[in-house]
Design a protein around this ligand. Sequence first.
Ligand code: ATP
Length: 273
Amino acid sequence: MIRITGVSHRIGSAAILHDIDLTLPRGKLIALIGPNGAGKSTLLRLVARLEPLQQGRIEVDGLDLAATPTERLALAMAVMGQQTHIASRLRVAELVGFGRWPHHRGRPGAADRAAVEAALEAFGLAPLRHRFLDEISGGQAQRAHLAMTFAQGTDWLLLDEPLNNLDMAHSRALMARLADLVRGSGRSVVTVVHEVNYAAAWADHVVAMKNGRVVAQGPAEAVLTEPVLSALYDTPVEVARHDDRPLVLHHHWHDQLGTPFPEAPDAARPTVH
Ligand SMILES: Nc1ncnc2c1ncn2[C@@H]1O[C@H](COP(=O)(O)OP(=O)(O)OP(=O)(O)O)[C@@H](O)[C@H]1O
């Protein structure tokens, strides 16, 4: 599990995260949701150790982030951040191959080559393997970065908005692949998701953040409810069912009686922590 204890974070004089206590269970597909600026990326970046921890403690399967060598951490956790600036004169297969670096440290063997092949296949990148990164589309580049993260073969995957740039079919395929990884091989995935219905369809566990705090967390069914989501996004939503999962609807202008929605009614606001 990932255990986050008493984590606060400031950027300059602005308080970004406020005393976060959170446990992320192993073997689950965990979605981090919430409005823009809620602090989702900041929290993910702290767990990924892309930002120095200012206050509190984070443990990944018992490894204290403050005391674990990078080489050890890279075998436990793979990370795909939001902005990945990487030399464009790199070929797709070379980028994916970087994911194996923590295993071979410069001398790839058969297992590394097989992992790269499998990741290229899994993301439909085999035909593009020799292309340079500046010769492919934004969605294809996103898939190449995801394939690199997969190739790392870690127990934990941390993904910041992996659906960016992906069309509906590729988004769905990615979520299905993540679910497969979790249910088939017991891995653990933490992913920031903006489109809440991808969390509704695929996530086991949902963490909802707002204003630098965790405002609700738990099994997807418990968090993805009308009161929690209406309050989270300050937008009235309806939660229907589809395929026995929640389906969030939000684009009507009137309620069922024809009354315009001013905002979420007070009665719809949850008591959340
Ligand atoms: N470099 C920075 N300097 C100042 N403030 C920052 C910086 N980076 C982020 N912030 C602020 O920190 C807060 C949290 O940002 P963060 O990116 O973690 O939110 P988020 O929930 O991931 O948002 P989004 O959904 O828009 O990606 C925001 O208010 C943002 O403006």
